[in-house]
Ligand binder design. Sequence first.
Ligand SMILES: *Cc1c(COP(=O)(O)O)cnc(C)c1O
Length: 361
Amino acid sequence: MLVEYDLDALGRRAHKERIAAGPPTMWRYSDFLPVTKLGRVVSLGEGFTPLVPAGAVGRRIGLPRLMVKDEGPNPTGTFKARGASCGVSMAVQLGIRRVTLPTAGNAGGAWACYGAAAGLEVRVVMPRDAPRANRLECELFGAEVMLVSGTVSDATRLVAEMVESPGWFDVSTLKEPYRIEGKKTLGLEIAEQLGWRMPDAIVYPAGGGVGIIGIWRAVQQLRALGWLRGDSPRLMVTQAEGCAPIVEAFERGLEESLTWRHPRTFAHGLRIQKAPGSFLVLRAIRETGGTAVAVGDTEIADAMAALGGAGISACPEGAATLAAAARLRERGDLGPKDRVVLINTGNALKYPEAMEVATGG
Ligand SMILES: *Cc1c(COP(=O)(O)O)cnc(C)c1O
């Protein structure tokens, strides 16, 4: 499910000046969001994160105009806060009291946090081998945590069974349309921060792909309003070599991805065997002239260290975009003049094991 807007009405309502004068959170774009009762918004200061120039890191891979959209400063340390803030606000507006979701880890943490702030009951289902920090943060925020043997796909099945009985509302990716709207603000923000001109390319680490679908929707809506100067950005997706169903589908010309059998990567957010929205991710890539590339865990660890050396705390998923950009530059998909934005989806602090690998410890 996706939210559709009356773009004519949106065009009459929204003004760049009003956005510029708005709060330093993603709610400065409330005209572009589904919440109508703004007094009920559940906000903890998410969004309006820095777009950091990363020329020193970029020059080493032939991309001097590299920038990093750093999502680490968000509440719960990842961009999942955007989806949770919008989703929980809508749940409150719609009178929903109990929500449940499957997660690789960070979505659970964000929903537990925003759910707690809103006084909702939250039940999170995650794989037993999800990062310890995620299980603990969910418990800290008072959510009920269920651990399943297996993967996010197994957690998804369990959630689907649970919501058969009344009382619990399923906020899984794309079953609930508002998470994507929250993540759409990433694209709106990049546009505003660059003076309403998009970069030449955006590199995104796709698990379920919610973020890149959101960015694509931002570009489409801004285009429809005539707000964007210059071209649309080419949307580029990276995944880990040990779990790359969308990259595989892109390379084979498929319209949706197949199920990846044995997901193996230390970038937990990318261990999604089959994304329900893979067809949308693939459309976003193809319609914008983008591409997809898989990178290995060793490259990801090296990229974490490289970003760390520039003062950027990158989670493995976020660091994968730097490894991907290096590959894309080598194979000619990115050129030396391109303005490239990497989405660092979260802070390294939640991943002590990955930091150990990255520092050779
Ligand atoms: C969830 C997550 C991703 C993947 O996001 P999708 O929207 O599912 O593609 C990437 N990085 C981190 C840190 C995440 O938590």
